[in-house]
Design a protein around this ligand. Sequence first.
Ligand code: SAM
Ligand code: SF4
Length: 500
Amino acid sequence: MASVNAREWAKNVIKQEEIDKYLINGKDFIDEDLIWDKLSKNSEPDKEYIRGIIKKSLSITRLDPDETAALLNVRDEELWEEMYEAGAEIKRKVYDNRIVFFAPLYCSNLCVNSCTYCGFRKENPHEKRRILTMDEIKQETEHVIDAGHKRMIVVYGEHPQSDADYMAESIKAIYSVQKKAKNGNGTGSIRRVNINAAPMSTADLKKLWEVGIGTYQVFQETYNRDLYKKLHPAGPKSDFRWRLYALHRAMDAGIDDLAIGALFGLYDWRFEVMGLLYHAIDLETQFGIGPHTISFPRMTQASGSELSTNSEYIVSDEDFKKLVTVLRLSVPYTGLIITAREKSEIKKEVIQVGCTQTDASTRIGIGGYSEAAKLQDEEKQQFMLGETRSLDEVIREMAEIGKISSFCTAGYRCGRTGDKIMGLLQECVEGKFCKLNAILTFKEYLDDYGSDETKAIGEELIKKEMEEVRNMEFYQKHNLIGKLEEYYERISNGERDLYL
Ligand code: SAM
Ligand code: SF4
């Protein structure tokens, strides 16, 4: 692959017919004027109207754009408090008190694009370019497994050397790694590999589907197409529409767990929340399934990028909490991901209002897990991290506030994906299975990787959870209590990867 001319390659990435087929009456699902119109029409929402919308969210129903626009315009702090509470309540209903953990793995910073906010952009002279070999990917995976992880998101720049074949090989390499657990009880492995990568053709996406990709994640960055053009002046990423329909193509390739996102700080946060909602609605309309998760990374400082620190749209902590809350209320059954870009204090606060997944022990340098000593060296990273604590520390903190850490990947392996999982989430049933699998995977973590301190707090929480399960009608009715107790016992005796 090294001999491929990157510029020539980049010219052939985009297949116009794989954009056009998703337009409805020749139009995109994003109409900037319509978004601004909704935001201005709903700029003075009535208190009772807002309370009605909150009620609708609590019934686990997706909101319409007008309703989301109204929530985004709330100014009354008392109403915001009600919305935060509703966010937490929805999270409890759909996802219970679980938080799912994953680790990112950066495989390559080679990139043909020029995103003005990213340290990997091709013009950045400070970036030392590197692409991991399959052996290096396996080594990195061993470190991630040693931290206690079971789920990974693999990240790539866009480049002919990290094309779909390389991605497919890297996914296979990660799944192949088995590593003896730290506390010597079991064997660890990565059970689910998700990816964050550039938009691809349907044919390339099929290659990833064949090797068992989990979720495919593409962030639109901004839904404002004029700004998008300015921020992405060159390379395939400069095509707004190629990116806008990346996940539509993935659906057609058979990948039905899809993740959308926007990079907050590039443009008005209220506008971007509306863009995300329209994106979710269009996937629902065209395929009957919305996104599996939504991400809302806030732009952080990146090497050599002035924009990353001086943008006029930088989102404050207060607004960040608000935007996550509005997303929680707008798409109550969709997972929300908060990453280690955020500092631990804000992460903790925002998890309470509705996030379902986060990362920990994160390293974003290429080869960063193996070269742990050099980690917070800005030159080696795409951007700076806000949270650098170990998975064990973060899990302990979560347990202290009553949240159970989950490494569950059962849903995917029991066929609870795509429209099936969406239906179960909407009916609040999937969360019930997840609660049991969360207990089982948390127990595995504590036995195999937990420090003594985390084990003590974690075991107490598990006891409480088991008691709760025993008293819940749903589990009694479905005869699940006996099964949970049997699996718990077997895991305590050293068996691994048992799930319901
Ligand atoms: N190259 C692929 C792409 O752009 O889709 C995937 C990898 S890219 C590193 C993953 C994401 O990192 C981007 O979609 C962007 O949202 C995010 N990102 C880039 N620069 C960032 C920054 N300065 N702060 C926070 N996130 C950033
Ligand atoms: Fe490349 Fe992605 Fe960074 Fe843009 S955001 S420069 S495409 S790695």
